[in-house]
Design a binder for this molecule. Sequence first.
Ligand SMILES: *Cc1c(COP(=O)(O)O)cnc(C)c1O
Length: 414
Amino acid sequence: MSKSINEFLKNELAKLEEQKLYKHERIIESPQGAEILVKGKKVLNFCANNYLGLSSHPALIQGAHEGIDSRGFGLSSVRFICGTQDRHKVLERKLADFLGMEDSILFSSCFDANGAMFEPLFGEEDAIITDALNHASIIDGIRLAKAQRWIYKHSDMRDVEEEDPSTGKMAKGLERCLKEANEKGIRFKVIATDGVFSMDGDIAKLDEICDLAEKYDALVMVDDSHATGFVGKTGRGTHEHNNVMGRIDIITTTFGKALGGASGGAVVASKEITEWLRNKGRPYLFSNTVAPSVVEATIRALDLLTASTELRDKLEKNTQIFRKALTDAGFDILPGVHPITPIMFRKYENSSKVAVEFADRLLDEGIYVIAFSFPVVPKGKDRIRVQLSAAHEIEHIDKAINAFIKVGKAMQLI
Ligand SMILES: *Cc1c(COP(=O)(O)O)cnc(C)c1O
């Protein structure tokens, strides 16, 4: 047995620690919710993807219990051997209907959905055109495919290639990539994008992307993990927000965020695409089926959101109140409508230290948020990323706003 890898890793881990890249985990001793227990202390949580407050919602917990009672704990099988229950089919139908698409196929996670979908659909004679800031799972999914690749500068729709001042490297706009792919006589082209980009909370320009896709005969794939359930006026996602429902070919999404936050994901698309993935998608063929408790609870989540927009409306209101109060108080907030609210520290000298100290002081005030500082984000883009939730009551939001103002004044930032 060789011990040398452990020695090597010990060294590398120490380096991570030195570079402040080591990922420390804070331990939560309670269920996920607006209020959580950290080191025996109650704090308000402002950094979960629990957008609709469904993570510990009674209807979902009851659904999970009923799922176990009626269909058992696990299936010990992949879908095509003996891992498909009636309730998996119900969830697939409900999810496709909710998103206004033809069909859907479940995966253990959205990471798996993205890992499964590119390789069977796009081969050497095809092109994948991908936003530079896409999620790691889209990047990995694309790596598994043999298709040719083009990367376009984040949300840049133009027919240009120019130096990107932030990197010093040449970068192309989406239309330039589509033109180049056309000149190469590519068979199928697919534009792949996050619906919402999680660092800044900005939403993909799907209307312009769809226009270009139609002009150059490309498919559009959107990963709506940070949108399904609450973005758009009835919570269908970024395609609803951008008024392009019916013009998107493939949506991938997660059940691990707004839809209850346990686990699971899906590809939502035409009947032919989902059928192909049931036959060829490797994480579907070779990984276990989604557990009955998760299936049943996710069905309950979709039923709740189909019956009423109350939760997404509350989240929208919470987001507006928080964004406005902090902007009025003099904080530097990236503008937008998403509950991801980045509070930037770029105005201050030593901004990365300031952001980290700010987050620590907020925790002393009972507000749990995370600072993202260099090198996790580019130099000068240090921030605290607040995420609002429908689980927050107005008292929680007020407490957070007051804490931001108190710490901001104490640190002489506002
Ligand atoms: C969170 C996220 C994922 C991963 O989802 P899991 O179901 O947790 O694997 C994939 N894509 C995007 C854009 C995400 O934000």
